[in-house]
Design a binder for this molecule. Sequence first.
Ligand SMILES: *Cc1c(COP(=O)(O)O)cnc(C)c1O
Ligand SMILES: [Zn+2]
Length: 500
Amino acid sequence: MKKEHFPREIQPHLIPSPQGSYVYECLGCGARHGIEKLLYTCPACKSVLLILDEDWDRLKAMGGDLWRKIFDHRSMLTQPGLRGIYRFHELIGSIIPLESVVYLGEGHTPLVGANERLAKWAGRPFYFKNDGQNPSASFKDRGMASAFSYLNHLIRDHGMKEVLAICASTGDTSAAAALYASYFVEGVTSAVLLPQGKVTPQQLGQPLGSGARVLEIPGVFDDCMKVVEHLSENYPVALMNSKNAWRILGQESYSYEIAQMFDYDVSRLMVAVPIGNAGNITAVLQGFLKLLDLDIIEALPQVLGVQSEHANPVYLYYMEPDPQKRRFEPVHVRASTAQAAMIGNPVSMPRVMSLVEKYRHLGGEEAVQVVQVSEQEIMDSMILANRNGHIACTQGGECLAGFRKAVSEGSVGPQVVGVVDATAHALKFSIFQEKYFNNAFEPEFEVVPRDEYRNAPEVIDTPGHVPSPGGGRRLESGEFQVFVDHAAREVARILGLVKG
Ligand SMILES: *Cc1c(COP(=O)(O)O)cnc(C)c1O
Ligand SMILES: [Zn+2]
């Protein structure tokens, strides 16, 4: 739609120009640092950072009603810079000119309602939000679009040169980083560090396909993370992990899209997300807090963090009801099918602590909950979801299992509707489905497939006297008819079909 066809009051705001005053804010000592340089931890105290718009209050003058109209109408524009997550430009990177936005098709992922059978099983109606329908097939693209758009801005407008983008990954971060880096014609190359043998073949294939240097490190993700942190402190590289606060900004778009999909009435929602390095839950909390602050929503939704029993440091931390007595302890992770969240020492833990406190202050103690689920529950939930029309990965299964658990434990009000994050596409994690169907889980996973959920292909045999095209030989037409008759009869027999 053309600009002149939009309502007059929003025309001046449709196409945003760079604005705002951004700084890194340290969550440890409160110091603020300029954003001209890439910074991942506070130079003064080494704590993690978040990005703050010091001129934020200007946005409050607009009023929630106008903001809602602007965001809704922007979806009818065709500018590439506004097609993805930057529809919410003022909230997630307003200093970045639209010309620097790197858009590869991220964001605006579908919200798909659970059918009656699955909703009944979960105990409440709910939706999956399919973030596996992002370009590299996980939600990580939201944060990468933000981090790479900012890099592009530094390159185009501030003379930054020859950036090596580097990250440690449980698989999806590297797929996303390599994809966005590969779009640059010059100025950016990428290298990714993966825990050897701890990512799926699909996730390994993605950065290779995007042309990134792929380095496999013995150990688990937490070990890789230490190596890239060392690199980012001692070499000129751009760290693309969620320690990079620009990633968090982009991932906030997940909350904005949910609000928009529910016409900004989110008060009865419970938004469930898996927790690994805790960047995602940080962004989701921060996103809804910003919407509330600008009166774009009237009340906060509940947020449910979900962890596996095999990688549960955040769950253990919030188990302790008395905030004074809580002590964060990293855990040693065990084998998890929710491999993308198999992290024992989440980098964003200080962000989570700070935001959960704020969120509970405004939304009540129940506004943020954390549950843990077993590996068995993760797999059963994923398999069952996908037998009911979804495309959930194992982390999506984890999330659904967590929502069902919260419902069964009575901590979910009767009116609540769930929004469950399918953080990646099922195909990325198909090896776990395969292990389930073939009853091939190594004992450390502690998963035993349920017979009624198993599935396997059935082969149509041809006995010796029936000609078969399977051998590579071209059949004569008469032979071929014999084969077709036989195969059709076999298929009909197996499926219990009766001639009509
Ligand atoms: C990264 C990832 C997670 C975990 O998100 P964090 O931000 O690390 O907590 C969950 N699911 C998938 C598919 C992921 O790629
Ligand atoms: Zn500090």
